[in-house]
Design a protein. Structure first.
Lengths: 181, 165
């Protein structure tokens, strides 16, 4: 299987098939990251499209100084943050697509309510805290990779995550056994 | 001993496995003695399952085809830009072509300026023309290019100053 670096270099030379392979490999990851941050399908689709096209445009200048995923993550992060600067994201209730058949109706409704509350809480976080939370929890990036994506330091990422977590605890309140000191 | 304030700032990094060996041991010693910080740590651990209640819809069906269409359009533009007007770019890339074009532009500019000066001078007020016309006069028509040609505001100003002395 060709490496990401090889595919990027081929894309830079005009190989569209190489670019389409990159899209196939990273489409789901890019979509998930953008959607979790933005909370709206339309916004996430625009960001993902822009991100891949930027990859295409930059392929001729690409130099593998960092892991490809980190490089792409930086592009997605920048686009997500720019998007929220232009407009306030609206939160949308998220109903599970295929509810667990073992759960009763009441459980499904409660899960949907919890998901909506969490989505609303995420949307209330300042953008930098929100993206740090998304990259840490959902993408399981370490502090160094998050720092690279945000173009900051690991220490700054630690602070962003600490504030983001504290804020989520406060917003979510006394749910599911949360308690305050 | 680590204070609660300092300890709580590190609980996230402790959960994430991002503390050094010494820092981790320090946090664990504090947690053994502090129920309040243990409660905060327990709350932080509950965040993760809560965050995963937010489901993500599938990638939209038309997203990939949209990306593909834009990419192909970009490629066509690049191919078009690289082949059209090739003969012009090949000529313009020659160093002698740039120099000659600059010289030609300068000569043309001077010629146009001279012509405009000549025509504006000849079209001026007949009363201002010199009474003794001679075949050498057209040479002096270059006066139109001077700082204070006849009939100009500058010439009138100079005349006023002269008369005022």
């Amino acid at each position: 299987m060709a490496s990401d670096q090889f595919l990027m270099e081929a894309t830079g030379k005009g190989d569209l098939e190489a670019f389409e392979e990159i899209v196939r490999r990273y489409q789901t990851w890019a979509w998930r990251t953008a959607y979790r941050f933005l909370g709206r399908e339309e916004d996430a689709a625009d960001v993902v499209q822009d991100a891949f096209i930027r990859l295409l445009d930059a392929a001729g200048r690409y130099r593998p100084t960092a892991k490809f995923k980190t490089y792409f993550c930086r592009i997605i992060t920048r686009l997500c943050l720019d998007r929220v600067k232009k407009k306030k994201p609206l939160y949308v209730e998220t109903i599970p697509e295929s509810p667990d058949p073992r759960l009763g109706v009441a459980d499904v409704m409660m899960r949907a309510e919890t998901a909506a509350a969490v989505r609303a809480a995420l949307d209330r976080l300042p953008p930098n805290q929100r993206i740090a939370i998304v990259l840490r929890y959902y993408e399981e990036l370490n502090y160094e990779d998050i720092a690279s994506a945000l173009e900051t330091t690991p220490k700054a990422v630690e602070r962003l995550l600490a504030r983001g977590r504290e804020r989520l605890r406060t917003i979510l309140g006394a749910r599911d056994g949360f308690s305050f000191p | 001993m680590l204070s609660c304030v300092k300890n709580r700032k590190r609980l996230g990094a402790y959960l994430d496995g991002e503390l050094s060996g010494g820092e981790k041991a320090s946090v664990e010693r504090h947690l053994q003695r502090c129920e309040s910080c243990r409660s905060v740590l327990s709350d932080l651990k509950k965040l993760e399952p809560l965050l995963f209640t937010v489901e993500v819809p599938s990638v939209p069906d038309n997203l990939i085809s949209r990306i593909r269409a834009v990419a192909r359009g970009r490629q066509k533009q690049r191919i078009g830009a690289s082949t059209s007007g090739w003969w012009w770019r090949a000529w313009a890339a020659q160093p002698w072509a740039t120099k000659n074009a600059t010289v030609a532009a300068l000569i043309l500019g001077l010629a146009m300026g001279t012509y405009m000066g000549l025509t504006s001078y000849r079209d001026g007020d007949p009363a201002q023309q010199r009474p003794t016309a001679s075949k050498n006069e057209p040479l002096y028509a270059l006066d139109a290019l001077s700082a204070a040609p006849e009939g100009s505001i500058e010439a009138a100003t100079l005349a006023l100053l002269e008369n005022g002395r």
